[in-house]
Write a protein that binds this ligand. Structure first.
Ligand code: NDP
Ligand code: 2IT
Length: 451
């Protein structure tokens, strides 16, 4: 039995349906780092893998709140404090009805290696709730956030654990969470990132993940001697924080972005999507993408259920570069084949683990430039760390300063990942490069810190 099978077997007993996405994330890392484990027995000696795949702690709590009709509601809240070898636990909060321990373990595990790749002093964690902000009034969201923070605040702190946003948690939610923390503790401190910029939030945090994914892609295409994104057709999935800002940056550099999606359907606008309208629909009205065609009848709206089972309309539209920016496993092997047949050259994961393992294998075997999430979407957490820095020194950086630092960080991550892949004999494989580079950094810290 090879080292990969040996390692995977150790964890098999925990592989239940709820943990499927966590195992998917973990198996990918084990496959990638096998050459490292084989070449240096210190990782085995210090049982790094066994220690890395088990969170330091999982906090689970009840959240009771009252809706606008005075009905009492109960949700479950979580914080997975995964690993703090490199710095305080750091990672987002997700509010979505699908949230469970398995999803948060997958996200927390990815976050450890992602944060390591940034080169900044941050560990990995993730949290959230099965609360669904969709269709709730501002007051209901506020009441939920207050109740959530009344429990969460016992476990977090600027040097302990610093949550931020993710799906369903944006500037509005972080504002309410921060307000409650401050009321309880009387302490105005950087305990959350992604705060509104007029009270402690970093400029450019909302833009950071999407912009960062584009900066990463530009560097990757340069390293791989491919044509740049200027003037090229791009497809993007999602219509939330990451997707909208990826579209924004792509438009700024002269690419033509023709799609976006939400959970109900896809917009295809061959003239390039109207970003102002999208922001109005998704950020202000919090409505369905279907509204887009009222203003732009030339565009197509494809409802999710009308597309053949097993494939996604957005990945069947010819493009030079694709940016999956919605959610996990939204791009499968059928989608990958459609992209490849249609001449796609580059795929960048703005979302966390949007491509299935089979899709990734197809991309790699067809020499598509493939930028994995933990490297390509690290711009969000990097600017979160910049926000922690600003809060700790009571300072405020300009938009230009943050943007310059973000660009540099993404370029450095990309180069390090490419170099690591080359060093380990898998040149051009950014998946292995990212996993090896991230793992090494955390593992070496764990060894140096003792058991
Ligand atoms: P948002 O909540 O702002 O937007 C999420 C988007 O994805 C929405 O358009 C939503 O559609 C769609 N979506 C969510 N779940 C599903 C689903 N099950 N099926 C289809 N579509 C879905 O989240 P973000 O933009 O912040 O996050 C998107 C991805 O990026 C996630 O994977 C997140 O983990 C990752 N990420 C986010 C970072 C950040 O800084 N925010 C940083 C790094 C990664 P609808 O509106 O219909 O719900
Ligand atoms: O997945 C992610 O990197 C995030 N949701 C952002 C985490 C953060 O702490 O900014």
């Amino acid at each position: 039995m090879g080292i990969v099978e040996d390692e995977i077997k150790k964890f098999e007993s925990g592989n239940c349906a709820e943990n499927a996405v966590f195992f998917q994330a973990m198996e990918e890392v084990i496959y990638s780092i096998a050459p490292l484990l084989e070449s240096d027995d210190k990782y085995k000696k210090y049982a790094i893998l066994e220690r890395l795949v088990v969170p330091d702690r999982i906090i689970k709590f009840k959240v009771t709140w009252m809706d606008d009709k005075q009905n009492i509601k109960v949700n479950t809240g979580y914080r997975v404090q995964f690993n703090n070898a490199l710095g305080p636990y750091k990672g987002g909060l997700r509010f979505h009805p699908s949230v469970n321990e398995g999803i948060l373990k997958f996200l927390g595990f990815e976050q450890i290696l992602k944060n390591a790749l940034t080169g900044l002093p941050i560990g990995g964690g993730k949290g959230g709730s099965d609360f669904d902000p969709k269709g709730k009034s501002d007051f209901e969201v506020m009441k939920f956030c207050s109740a959530f923070m009344r429990e969460l605040r016992k476990y977090i702190g600027p040097r302990i654990d610093v949550p931020a946003g993710d799906i369903g948690v944006g500037t509005r939610e972080i504002g309410y969470l921060f307000g409650e923390y401050k009321k309880i503790t009387s302490s105005f401190e950087g305990v959350l990132t992604g705060k509104p910029s007029f009270f402690g939030g970093s400029l450019m945090r909302p833009e950071a993940t999407g912009y960062g994914a584009v900066y990463f892609t530009q560097t990757m295409l340069e390293i791989e001697a491919k044509e740049s994104l200027e003037g090229k057709v791009c497809t993007v999935s999602g219509a939330g924080n990451v997707a909208l800002h990826a579209i924004e940056k792509l438009q700024q550099i002269g690419a033509i972005t023709v799609t976006c999606t939400d959970s109900k359907g896809t917009i295809y606008d061959s003239r390039g999507v109207d970003l102002c309208l999208l922001k109005e629909i998704k950020l202000e009205k919090r409505a369905s993408l279907k509204e887009y065609i009222k203003t732009h009848p030339q565009a197509k709206y494809i409802p999710a259920e009308e597309y053949p089972e097993g494939a996604h309309a957005v990945w069947d539209i010819p493009c030079y570069a694709a940016f999956p920016c919605a959610t996990q496993n939204e791009l499968n092997d059928i989608d990958a084949r459609n992209l490849i047949i249609n001449g796609c050259v580059s795929v960048t994961e703005g979302a966390n683990m949007p491509s299935t393992p089979k899709a990734i294998n197809d991309f790699l075997s067809h020499k598509i430039c493939f930028a994995p999430a933990k490297a390509a979407n690290a711009g969000g957490v990097a600017v979160s760390e910049f926000e922690m820095s600003q809060n700790a020194s009571m300072s405020k950086w300009s938009f230009e300063k943050v943007d310059d630092k973000l660009k540099l960080t993404m370029q450095e991550i990309c180069k390090r990942v490419a170099l690591t892949a080359k060093e380990y004999g898998v040149e051009g494989n950014y998946v292995d490069g990212a996993n090896i580079a991230g793992f090494k950094k955390v593992a070496d810290a764990m060894i140096a810190e003792g058991v």
